[in-house]
Design a protein around this ligand. Sequence first.
Ligand SMILES: *Cc1c(COP(=O)(O)O)cnc(C)c1O
Length: 467
Amino acid sequence: MSYISTRGMAPSLGFDDVLLTGLARDGGLYVPDVWPQLTDDDLRALRGKPYEEVAVRVMTPFLQGAIGEEEFARLVRDAYSTFTHRAITPLIQLDQRNWVVELFHGPTLAFKDVALQLLGRLFDHVLAKRDSRITVVGATSGDTGSAAIEACRDRERVDIVILHPYGRTSEVQRRQMTSVLSSNVRNVALQGTFDDAQDAVKAMFNDPEFRAEVNLSAVNSINWARIMAQIVYYVTAAVALGAPDREVAFAVPTGNFGNVYAAYAAKAMGVPIARLIVGTNENDILARFFQQGEMKTSVVVPTISPSMDIQVSSNFERLLFDLMDRDGAAVAATMDEFKRTGRFQVSQGQLTRAIELFEGHRCGQEETLEEMARTYRDAGYMLDPHTAVGVNAARKADLDPSVPIVSLACAHPAKFPDAVERATGIRPGLPRHLADLFERPERVHVLPNDMDVLKRFVREQSRAVRG
Ligand SMILES: *Cc1c(COP(=O)(O)O)cnc(C)c1O
């Protein structure tokens, strides 16, 4: 197995390079050239096994021997030791047919931890082999910064600087970042807006000299290793509900199409998945696509599920590659058209193929709040607003009622306490391991929106410069 670009023009790479590269040189995304298979007997053998063991079994074929088996098992155990639930991603029953798989027991209470806790450790391993270091720089409006910081904290070979707009994140979001005092972590409160922060990071990436000097890197959502790590919980959930002898469906609240693409990958590997139900908020480009076969952007609307306020779902390109029979030139032309015009259309045949597996549903703000209230009333279970969009899509799905539907619970309700309180009348408390968040000391550097100052700051933090 090797990794190929969805646009067909970049060299194929091995696992280590795919991990460190992120985006392919031709602008495409890396995918495996063939899907490793889990046979029915392989799946049966995973029944009752701990998450970490399943994780090693599922991910090992993707490593191409780049990491020794025992070493990889150690990395996996270490990554998931930061989770507060023994099952890592436990399965909860809502009613006779609906389940949720909780992905929020990691350090920042959202599903990105599942992939990022492993990613940071994989970076360390590969960089040590190469005797190299990287400097991760990113901008956040509040939510993704903490997951990146938790992924990189205390890593030997990684330094991380995260910029957030001064005074414009919620206190919980800020403290989740600034209370990490590890020496390789720096938080910058930029005197400016989120867009200023994002522009500053872009400018650093567009400066080749600076980029090389600090070995600049990003923890971005198109990294193959993130998809790889997310396949695992689709396998554990399906196996717990009877796979390979029983089909399951998944309902996934979607922004960048990363999480649901991992479900698609699980199916490609042999997990019996009958349907993938995509939930969107008002930013419903994907729901419209699966209804009409046309991808068409519009302006981003801010919602109560902010991690899905996205109009360009970058990981969708990986699915498109398969819908276009892995024709890289066709994908490149389509993505180019999308970039120029904000729209593209697939053929009727391609749409038909897509909707054999996928369906998409939009859930607006009022409906999201109603879903949170209803699920709390009927099952005594609190949904965060992202999860509620998926659970609502599951309700709308057109599917044989004997197939269980697993909704992905992507954030702990306490991450979005205002919406939860509005819907249920109850303000969810932070879990025990974060209960003292408001007493923890913070470290943050307030800096002006000035490129020279920002670059100097990053340079001073970066051990790659000295190394
Ligand atoms: C990132 C995120 C999503 C969207 O996931 P994608 O992989 O980008 O589709 C949904 N919910 C929460 C809470 C998230 O943090």
